[in-house]
Design a protein. Structure first.
Length: 365
């Protein structure tokens, strides 16, 4: 069997990024939950994160957390997608922490934990306007917190958290972070003690940290993306944050083989309908150009906007499920059939490539 398409995982680069993240956070009094879902819960990614000082290993998928534990992760595991009722019995065995936003789930955790006798820590999620998970009304949040504090013997209220920039594109501003702290204080006056954890969000919440406006009481961030992508993460590509320029973008590299080389027109010929995915793309006529056809496709990486050729002058112009067309007219290097082209990756392509059964993986220490 061919070893391509190949995803190369460069652990030195990943650990360099993770160490940087942990160090930024530590300087601000923040512990990192290392989120592994970007790598589809790759065991070695979890171990890297633990080695670099993540205090928790976290994922939105229970299967990935089980894999982390089986791979030897010792850190407490945290489930960061609010759980399905149907997975709670397994979740409380595997995880020490979870994010919660439903009263029914909390009651189910209490009931299941009463059977096993093992306590479970929860972080109540507050929806501050991004409109995915979380309590929307402060009053309900405080009521549920009081219920957990007073009525639950096995569910421990560890803290509160929020998530931003996922559905609603809402940014983690100083105001949102302060609002989260004020919600925590409302709970604290309701239950008469301090919360251990105030979890201020994901990679995007590094922005208030970079700006020095993160409230002191925020003491956890849940970070995945930037450790995997470095400067190819939204922090840089969408928000222009140059702080991440010191990070590495070669933690994950896709390599694919050239299977055809030919000079062809750039505009299709004939009556145009839809492409392989039922879309009607626009084609720009740039005349005849040399292109390489590669044995990799959208079945592997998703969208062509999410792969970045390393070779100067190369441009990805299109892809179907199993083919990718790269314009190489402007490349100085000579390319032959059988050659390998390399691509840098971003969040969504890493997530898809690590999940794809068609893609081989090479791990480099
Ligand atoms: C995915 C996720 C994170 C991590 O987000 P990144 O952008 O990968 O850092 C944190 N918290 C929750 C609830 C998530 O779903």
């Amino acid at each position: 069997m061919s070893k391509y398409p190949l995803l190369t995982v460069n652990h030195e680069a990943l650990r360099s990024n993770m160490t940087q993240v942990v160090s930024w956070c530590r300087d601000a009094g923040i512990d990192v939950a290392g989120v592994i879902k970007v790598s589809n819960g790759m065991a070695s990614f979890s171990l890297d994160y633990e080695t670099c000082g993540a205090k928790w290993i976290a994922s939105s998928r229970l299967e990935q957390l089980i894999r982390a534990r089986e791979a030897g992760v010792k850190a407490p595991l945290m489930m960061i997608r609010v759980p399905m009722l149907s997975e709670i019995p397994e979740m409380i065995e595997v995880c020490d922490y979870s994010l919660e936003s439903e009263f029914a789930a909390i009651k189910a955790i209490e009931e299941a934990s009463a059977h096993t006798g093992k306590a479970h820590n929860i972080i109540l999620m507050a929806d501050l306007g991004d409109l995915r998970e979380g309590f929307f009304e402060l009053e309900e949040l405080v009521d549920v917190a009081k219920y957990v504090e007073d009525k639950c013997d096995f569910v421990h209220l560890a803290g509160i958290g929020t998530n931003l920039g996922c559905y609603g594109s809402v940014m983690p501003t100083k105001e949102k972070m302060e609002q989260l702290v004020s919600y925590a204080e409302a709970i604290e006056s309701g239950i008469g003690r301090q919360l251990e954890i105030i979890s201020g969000g994901a990679t995007s919440s590094l922005m208030p940290l970079f700006d020095g406006v993160m409230p002191e009481r925020i003491n956890m961030l849940r970070i995945g993306a930037v450790s995997a992508c470095g400067p190819l993460e939204d922090l840089r590509t969408a928000y222009g944050r140059t702080e991440v320029d010191c990070m590495r973008d070669d933690g994950f590299i896709l390599e694919a083989e050239v299977i055809e080389l030919r000079t062809k027109p750039t505009h299709p010929i004939g009556k145009l309908g839809v492409d392989a995915f039922g879309q009607k793309p626009k084609y720009k006529d740039r005349g005849m150009r040399q292109r390489a056809l590669l044995a990799v496709g959208r079945a592997d990486f998703g969208d062509i906007a999410n792969i970045f050729p390393e070779m100067p002058g190369a441009e990805v112009v299109g892809a179907s499920g199993d083919h990718t067309i790269v314009d190489i007219e402007d490349c100085k290097e000579i390319i032959r059939v059988g050659d390998i082209m390399r691509f840098k990756l971003c969040y969504s392509s890493i997530m898809q490539l690590t999940a794809s059964e068609n893609v081989k993986v090479k791990e480099v220490e």
